[in-house]
Design a protein around this ligand. Structure first.
Ligand code: AHR
Length: 577
């Protein structure tokens, strides 16, 4: 990241900024010498922030679908057509744009035909995650022998998923089964979804289920993690499979957007191998690829658990999440070797912090936990990263929506609570559709003790006991570093939205903010923070961590000074003249 010198910064700030002070803010009230700077360059446009980068992911895994989303039409839990009503209401609040389904690894075991027709006649099938729960599952989950988490009753199929999308205002993104079904089943799923009623047997089946209007599904994922659970292909093999799958797909007037199963974290060879193999068949082969899906999880191994962690572990996990930026840049550069015009965009269709399953949630909620302020900062910094790369990232889907991994909600029967991640998504909704503009952050770096590299659950599961022991023995504490402030800015009409993460657990950052190219009229702030870095919401205490709005008083001309609270995610909405 480019840093600018103080004199340069102040000169730039002079023409456009105002001095502001808070009316009643705990964090803005005293004006001290600034130790940090933010410079927003309105004329340096990056690209439009697609609302799709604030997308979601729903897999038939643990408590995500059954109980989380689908409660059934006869449930005592308030619902609309079987879908949990509180969830729908909250999805509307964050202006949710797109949702990926049915997996994840589950997708490559799923037969969409099991999930259509009268619900009472649908088959019960062994769920992909029945045994394949990895090291992050609780003992309670492993011991569970029954329930929809282990044996999927298929009550939530294509029509129910589309109902959820419609009610929540989201567009569907469907992941097709590449590993265990032939391409013909894929075409027929497209036909079931998109063919006009009255034209084929399948579209008549859809209409008979109450959906006469075609679903017009645009986004189709061709497999999932095809290097691993999706078939253990090589990049070259997957490229052949990808081309075969999409070689003939009925369109029904819909502009189908195919998404390739991209790399796990930093696996550059997977990206290079796939792209090289595609163009070896002909340069135009990449025209059929809309997006290349990157997956990246920040893993808690060596960084505490979901609710308990030290200050070093707080920094360590935040720093691991921050790797997203270099992953985007690295894969983008490799894609550019064979696609110099960058017709193919990145789709980060799984991201988040992945902790061990927490005992406060039901046994069947595989990888479920409430999430804390630490996860909220990870959400903020990741969404800021996507905004800063709005020219590269066309879609992103947080893993997952409810009751598992980096979720926005936890729900159990009639209990429902929004996690801190939800509040970040609500705060950041102001960026949707805005023009991302270059923003330079300069603040004292942080250092912390880090224990071990980011080992994903998949990597751990594949290690022998000897390899694990060696890894532990070789693990040395080293010093890690992390930036002091980071964020993003976007313009929507006359409103400039600036979002900023301050990871320091105890120090506020006194910051001079300059907006180059416009005058500031007024400023409003929204802050998510707490004095306890473990703050979270639970069924017992649903208001444990909520954002606060503050009006910021504009006092006169000069530099815009703002005090970013310790351990915080902040949004400033700056009205420009
Ligand atoms: O989100 C959980 C799992 O993580 C997904 O099923 C898989 O794609 C990834 O490994």
């Amino acid at each position: 990241m480019k840093t600018i010198r103080r004199r340069e910064f102040l000169a730039a700030a002079g023409s456009a900024a105002l001095m502001v002070g808070a009316k009643s803010s705990t964090f803005n009230s005293s004006r001290q010498a600034a130790d940090s700077r933010v410079e927003i360059l309105l004329n340096e446009k990056i690209g439009q922030v697609s609302p799709d980068i604030y997308g979601h992911f729903v897999e038939h895994l643990g408590g995500v679908v059954y109980d989380g989303i689908w409660v059934g039409e006869d449930s005592k839990v308030p619902n609309i057509g079987g879908i949990r009503k509180e969830l729908i209401d909250h999805m509307r609040r964050i202006k949710a744009s797109v949702v990926r389904w049915p997996g994840g690894c589950f997708a490559d075991s799923y037969n969409w035909r099991d999930g259509i027709g009268p619900r009472k006649d649908r088959p019960r099938r062994t769920n992909f995650w029945r045994d394949n729960s990895g090291n992050r599952a609780s003992q309670a989950y492993r011991q569970l022998n029954t329930g929809p988490q282990k044996y999927d009753p298929n009550w939530f199929g294509t029509n129910e998923f589309m109902r959820f999308c419609r009610l929540s205002g989201m567009r569907p993104y469907i992941a097709a089964n590449l590993r265990s079904l032939p391409a013909k089943d894929f075409y027929e799923w497209v036909e079931y979804c998109n063919a006009p009623a009255g034209e084929t047997t399948l579209s008549d089946q859809r209409a008979a289920a109450g959906d006469r209007e075609p679903f017009s599904v645009e986004f189709w994922g061709i497999g999932n993690e095809s290097w691993g659970c999706g078939g253990r292909f090589t990049a070259e093999e997957y490229s052949t499979e990808f081309r075969r799958f999409i070689a003939w797909t009925p369109r029904y007037g819909v502009n189908l957007k195919f998404i390739g199963a991209g790399p796990n974290g930093g696996d550059i060879n997977w990206t290079r191998g796939f792209f090289n193999s595609m163009v070896a068949k002909g340069a135009n082969q990449l025209n059929s690829l809309y997006g290349w899906a990157l997956h990246y999880y920040a893993n808690t191994t060596g960084a505490g658990n979901a609710l308990e962690y030290t200050t070093d572990e707080w920094y360590e996990l935040i720093a691991r999440s921050d790797r997203m930026e270099s992953l985007i840049e690295q894969h983008w550069a490799v894609m550019g070797e064979t696609d110099p015009q960058h017709r193919v965009k990145l789709i980060v269709d799984e991201w988040g912090a992945w902790h061990n399953q927490h005992p406060s949630l039901p046994a069947g909620y595989l990888f479920g936990y409430p999430g804390t302020l630490r996860d909220a900062l990870i959400s903020g910094l990741t969404l800021d990263t996507f905004n800063r790369h709005a020219d590269k990232v066309a879609m992103a889907n947080v893993a997952q929506l409810i009751n598992t991994i980096h979720s926005l909600f936890i729900a159990y029967e009639d209990k429902f609570v929004a996690t801190p991640n939800f509040h970040v998504f609500e705060i950041y909704a102001a960026h949707h559709g805005g023009e991302s503009v270059r923003t330079i952050f300069s603040a004292p770096n942080l250092s912390f003790k880090q224990s071990r590299p980011n080992i994903t659950p998949g990597m751990l599961a594949q290690m022998s006991p000897q390899q694990r022991a060696r890894m532990t023995a070789e693990t040395q504490s080293t010093e890690g570093t992390l930036w002091g402030l980071q964020g993003s800015a976007s313009m929507n009409g006359k409103v400039l939205t600036l979002t900023v993460v301050n990871p320091h657990t105890t120090e506020a950052r006194e910051t001079e903010i300059a907006v180059r190219g416009a005058n500031i009229q007024s400023v409003k702030s929204t802050i998510l923070t707490a004095s306890d870095i473990h703050a979270h919401n639970s069924f017992e205490n649903p208001r444990g961590l909520l954002p606060k709005d503050e009006q910021v008083n504009v006092k006169g001309s000069g530099a815009l000074n703002y005090r970013f609270a310790p351990a915080s995610v902040t949004r400033l909405q700056i009205n420009l003249a």
